[in-house]
Design a protein around this ligand. Sequence first.
Ligand code: SAH
Ligand code: SF4
Length: 376
Amino acid sequence: MAGTLTNLLGMSRSQLEAFLESLGEKPFRAVQLQKWIHQQGVIDFDAMSNISKALRDKLKQVAEIRPPRIRESFSAADGCYKWIVEVESGSGVEMVYIPEAGRGTLCISSQAGCSLDCSFCATGKQGFNSDLTAAEIIGQLWLANRELDSFGQRMPRRITNVVLMGMGEPLLNFDNVMNAISLMMEDNCYGLSKRRVTISTSGVVPAIRRLHEFTDASLALSLHAPNDALRNELVPLNRRYPISEVLDAVKGYLERLPDSRVATIEYILIAGVNDHRQHARELAALLRDVPCKINLIPFNPFDGSEYARSSNSAISTFRKMLLDAGYTVTIRTTRGDEIGAACGQLVGQVDDRTRRSARYLAQREAAAEAVPVTVR
Ligand code: SAH
Ligand code: SF4
């Protein structure tokens, strides 16, 4: 019976071992189960041929492997996909797959909505709805593997990178996110390298400070402004954790990593707000002793937002000033914004049932033409 069964999908290895032990089973069965679930994509206990019939029957009585449901799928001619995934709270969250030369990046969500209300973010405008469970977070990677038909395949892998840059603030759903990313990196599951799993945060300082105790994943910081006065307006969380504290926490995390990894500093470019030459100069000075690369993200407009995307010339000037100051700079942009990396846009509209159909169809058409372009 659904609801009374324990969902094994989001369980870490140690949780699964404990669960099996509670059934009087040997803990090594956990690895077998994990391989079936996460490497082969098998969720039917009866198809698990190296597990005895007696144990399969026992598992069926008490457990299930239940991924979330895909509500809508969008695909673009160039191989990009976008899925709306329905979570238990009834909300839709979004997930995007972006293939590029030599790699495939999956962008997943950690919460339905977000409580932090950044002024430029469509997800923030929706408010907070629910934390995703570990099963719903890892379930997105599971679903993407199923949709891309890449379970059980050897190299080359279709999904090489996972970024927590969809909806929500990952570090405000700490335990579930930590469990899910441990499964991403677990050899018996998805086996992704720590360099290729990236947590994006708006700067939850206490969580960044304890992050090293739980993971060695890569870190992206959504900075968006070079001083506190401006960042207070764009990222309200900055009033609680100002820039100096956030950068200090990020540096502390990097210093504890055994390899020489850098943070990604994300900076949305909004016309007339944070894209002046003075901001670029200030940013270059601010980050002088932070090991980082900078990812510039032209603002992605959405209904009801008062901001506009920076002009191409402002973007290239900003980029050049940072390059001249010695930084590695990338620019993230998409031709069709609707299937792009900006958070929350499409779900906001799909969830808005009253105005749904006309806009939804327009989105779908635009999504079909979307081609992401990364400019270096
Ligand atoms: N809450 C986390 C992760 C999700 S947001 C964070 O803020 O980092 C993922 C990225 O999308 C962030 O860098 C965020 O600033 C960016 N983003 C949000 N709204 C956007 C918009 N309208 N246009 C472009 N990027 C946007
Ligand atoms: Fe939340 Fe990130 Fe959007 Fe800010 S940018 S409202 S932290 S999802």
